[in-house]
Design a binder for this molecule. Structure first.
Ligand SMILES: [Zn+2]
Length: 235
């Protein structure tokens, strides 16, 4: 991937570099730019509600990932590091909650006395940080660097792709509050991984087997902390 194109706006259909996404003639009056290569609108999501983008992300549509990974960060570049910190904490909290349920064989996060629950939850938070989230992202970053899939200075974008595509973890929130089927844990973890593959494939402009290999290698270290082990231990 060339450095020049790495920081450019993209057509969401063919990933061609475009000079702009739209022309604004007056407030609220815009004309979408067409891509020179495929002649489609470069990014029609700029006219859509965020809910449409979310639905297409859930459906693993590459165009939605291109919009979110290339065009949105470029327009809000100054907030990228702040967003990454917040999303890292959010992901850790969600994974810690799931880990707490696993370790205590609890049904909801409200089971048991509140203070012992908080202290054991903090232990789960540290465990997830050291043995779950850090190794997972570190393996992906190391392999991306080793296989020269992206310039070194783009590690923040790779992190962003992994975090943005982990949005399925948000579905863990109802799991912490209400009782749930065990298979849901496995299903959510599976969708997080497939979404990670799609995001890395789009960002690195590589193939599905290559992006899949990245995620599988990282998952092998993460295996004792994912839904499969949770499901096995509860069965
Ligand atoms: Zn195009």
């Amino acid at each position: 991937m060339a450095d020049e194109s790495a920081v450019a706006l993209r057509c969401i259909e063919c990933s061609n570099v475009v000079p702009s996404l739209y022309q604004e003639y007056s407030p609220g009056n815009i004309k979408l730019t067409r891509c020179d290569r495929c002649h489609c609108y470069a990014d029609e999501y700029v006219e859509h509600e965020m809910m449409v983008v979310w639905i297409d992300l859930v459906l693993h549509r590459e165009r939605a990932y291109r919009h979110l990974l290339f065009n949105v960060p470029l327009q809000h570049r100054q907030n990228l590091k702040g967003y990454l910190w917040k999303s890292t904490i959010a992901i850790l909290l969600l994974d810690s909650g799931k880990r707490w349920l696993h370790d205590h064989k609890a049904t909801t996060i409200f089971d048991g006395p509140i203070w012992p629950t908080l202290s054991s939850f903090f232990r789960c938070f540290l465990t997830e940080l050291v043995l779950g989230t850090l190794p997972y992202t570190a393996v992906i970053l190391l392999l991306v660097h080793h296989w020269k899939l992206a310039p070194k200075r783009r590690w923040l974008d790779v992190l962003l792709a992994v975090h943005v595509s982990s949005f399925f973890k948000l579905f863990a929130i109802p799991m912490l509050i209400w009782r749930f089927e065990r298979a849901m844990v496995v299903l959510l973890d599976f969708f997080v991984l497939t979404s990670n593959v799609t995001a890395l494939k789009v960002l690195l402009e590589t193939s599905y087997p290559c992006a899949g290999t990245l995620v599988i290698c990282a998952s092998l270290l993460h295996l004792p902390f994912n839904g499969v082990s949770w499901y096995a231990s509860k069965s």
